[in-house]
Design a protein around this ligand. Structure first.
Ligand code: SER
Length: 498
C-alpha cells in the first residue's frame, strides 16, 4: 500500500528525474491575481509564466499544490469525492514539451510506477483533438473504444473567467461494476462514480480575454493535475477520499470528540467527514493568512468553519472541539507544509475564538430557525422570509448558505430577494451610522472601511501601510487632515490607519 506521503514523493521524484524543477506549494491565496479568490488548481501560481509575462525559473516544473474549491461545499461529506481542501500533483511545461511527452509520462507513471492495470484506464479527449487521440492509441496502445471524445463541458479546462486555458484529456480509472449505477448507459460520462477521473492533462494554448474571446498564448504549454486524495484512494483500495490515510486520522479524531464511531450510521458518517474535511481547509486557510470575516476569502473560511461547528452539534458535541481537529491536521501535515507548524499558535487562537463566538449564538439561532420553520410549514409555504434569514446572518452569525443548507434538508428555501433587501437596508443604516458616530479622538489601530475591499491586519501587526481613501474628522468627510491632527481614517484597500 502507498501512503499519501509516499505518493506525493514518488510523483515529484518521477518528474525531477525528467528534468522538472520541483517547487514548494504556493499559498492558497493567489498572489497578484484579482480574478481568483483562492488557488483552485496547481497552475494558478504559474499563470504569468503561461501568459509570457514572467520568465519561469525553469521551463519544466512540478508541484504538489494546496488547492481549495467551494463550488460544491454542500456536497462535501455526502459524496465519496467532494473535498474543499485537496492537494493537486502536477507537472507543467512552460513552452517546452507538449502532448506526446506528457501523455507518455502520465501513462508510464500510472501503469509502471503505480502499477495500475492498463485495461482499467479510460481516456477522454477534446472532441476536435485528433492529435491527442492518435497519441493515446498509436503510441500508448489504448484501444480506440476506450478513448472517448467529449465537448467543452468536460474537456476544455479554464481556471476562472479569464486566463490561460485549453483543451484537455482526462485519464479515468474504472473502479469496477460494484461502483456502477447499473444503468446500461453507465460510462465515463456517468456521474455514479464508477469511472474515477484521476488525472487531467491540459494543453494550455489559449488565453480567455476579458471580452470572453480566446487568444493564442505566446507558446504551447502543459498543465496537469492529479488529485492526491483520489489517487491515494485507488492505491489504498478504499471507497472514498475520506478513508485514505490523508484524511482518516481526522475522522478518528472527530469520532473520539463525539463518542460516535465511523460506520455507526450514514448520517453520523456524513458529519464526521464534514468535520474532517473542514478541519483541513480551516487549518490551511488560516496558515496562509486568511482571517474569518464577512467577505471574500474570509467569508469562505467563516462559512467552512461554522459549517463544521454545526455538524459537531449534530453529533451531539457541546464543548469546543475544532481546535483538537486543527491540531491533528497540523500534526499530520507539518512535514510537507511547515507553515502549519510555524503558525500553529495563530491557527489555534483564531479557531478557538471563532468557534466560541459562533457557539454562543448557534443554539439560539437554531431555536429561532426551528420556530420560524414551523410557522412557515403551517402556512404551507416553501420559503423562509428573507428577513428571518438575514437576522440569523446578522445577529446570530449564520452564513446564508448554512441557513439554506438546513432548509434544504426539509425541502425548503430562503426568499433571497427579501434577504438582499434586508442586507441593503442594513448597509445603508451602517453607512449613515458610520459617518455620524465616528469618534473625534485619535486611536492607533482600527478596522478600516473602504467600500468593499477591507482587510483587518491588526491581529498580526500594530501598523501597516495603506492607501487613504477618505478622512473623516468631527463626523464629516474632509479632503485633508489637520496638520499634526489625528483624524479618524477610513481607508483601503488594505486597511489601516493613522
Ligand atoms: N488545471 C487542471 C485541473 O485543475 C489540470 O491541472 O484540472
Amino acid at each position: 500500500m502507498s501512503t499519501g506521503a509516499e505518493l506525493r514523493r514518488k510523483f515529484l521524484n518521477y518528474f525531477a528525474l525528467r528534468d522538472h524543477l520541483i517547487l514548494p506549494s504556493a499559498s492558497l491565496v493567489p498572489k497578484d491575481d484579482p480574478s481568483l479568490l483562492l488557488t483552485v488548481a496547481g497552475m494558478v501560481p504559474f499563470k504569468p509564466y503561461f501568459q509570457g509575462k514572467v520568465t519561469p525559473p525553469h521551463p519544466r516544473l512540478a508541484t504538489a499544490q494546496k488547492c481549495l474549491r467551494t463550488q460544491d461545499l454542500e456536497e462535501v461529506g455526502k459524496t465519496a469525492r467532494h473535498n474543499t481542501f485537496f492537494e493537486m500533483l502536477g507537472n507543467f511545461s512552460i513552452g517546452d514539451y507538449f502532448k506526446k511527452e506528457t501523455i507518455g509520462w502520465s501513462w508510464e507513471f500510472l501503469t509502471k510506477e503505480l502499477g495500475l492495470p492498463p485495461e482499467d484506464l479510460w481516456i477522454t479527449v477534446y472532441r476536435d483533438d485528433q492529435e491527442a487521440a492518435e497519441i493515446w492509441h498509436d503510441l500508448m496502445g489504448v484501444p480506440r473504444e476506450r478513448i472517448i471524445p467529449l465537448g467543452d463541458d468536460t474537456n476544455f479546462w479554464e481556471a476562472g473567467p479569464v486566463g490561460p486555458c485549453g483543451p484537455c484529456s482526462e485519464i479515468l480509472f474504472d473502479l469496477g461494476p460494484a461502483y456502477s449505477c447499473g444503468s446500461p448507459d453507465c460510462g465515463v460520462e456517468c456521474e455514479c462514480g464508477r469511472y474515477l477521473e484521476v488525472w487531467n492533462l491540459v494543453f494550455t494554448e489559449f488565453n480567455r480575454e476579458e471580452d470572453g474571446k480566446l487568444s493564442k498564448l505566446p507558446r504551447r504549454n502543459i498543465d496537469t493535475g492529479m488529485g492526491l486524495e483520489r489517487i491515494a484512494s485507488v492505491l489504498q483500495g478504499v471507497p472514498n477520499n475520506f478513508e485514505t490515510d490523508l484524511i482518516f486520522p481526522l475522522i478518528e479524531e472527530a469520532a473520539i470528540a463525539s463518542g460516535i464511531s465511523y460506520g455507526a450510521d450514514d448520517k453520523s458518517d456524513v458529519a464526521l467527514k464534514v468535520i474532517a474535511d473542514h478541519a483541513r481547509a480551516v487549518s490551511f486557510l488560516i496558515a496562509d493568512g486568511v482571517h474569518p470575516s464577512n467577505e471574500g476569502r474570509g467569508y469562505v473560511l467563516r462559512r467552512i468553519l461554522r459549517r463544521a461547528v454545526r455538524y459537531g452539534r449534530l453529533l451531539g458535541i457541546r464543548d469546543p472541539f475544532l481546535k483538537r481537529l486543527t491540531d491533528k491536521t497540523i500534526a499530520l501535515y507539518q512535514d510537507p507544509y511547515r507553515e502549519l507548524k510555524e503558525r500553529s499558535g495563530h491557527i489555534q487562537r483564531i479557531v478557538s475564538l471563532e468557534e466560541e463566538r459562533f457557539s454562543e449564538t448557534l443554539e439560539q439561532g437554531l431555536q429561532i430557525l426551528q420556530e420560524q420553520l414551523e410557522k412557515v410549514e403551517v402556512s404551507g409555504e416553501k420559503n423562509l422570509p428573507g428577513g428571518v434569514a438575514f437576522r440569523l446572518y446578522d445577529t446570530f452569525g449564520f452564513p446564508l448558505e448554512l441557513t439554506q443548507e438546513i432548509l434544504a434538508e426539509r425541502g425548503m428555501n430562503v426568499d433571497l430577494d427579501g434577504f438582499r433587501v434586508s442586507m441593503e437596508k442594513q448597509r445603508e443604516r451602517a453607512r449613515a451610522a458610520r459617518v455620524e458616530t465616528v469618534p473625534s479622538d485619535s486611536f492607533k489601530v482600527c478596522t478600516a472601511y473602504s467600500g468593499d475591499k477591507t482587510k483587518f491586519t491588526g491581529y498580526g501587526n500594530l501598523s501597516a501601510r495603506s492607501q487613504i481613501t477618505a478622512i473623516i474628522a468631527d463626523g464629516k468627510r474632509k479632503s485633508e487632515s489637520d496638520p499634526g491632527g489625528a483624524g479618524t481614517g477610513y481607508i483601503g484597500p488594505d486597511t489601516f490607519l493613522l
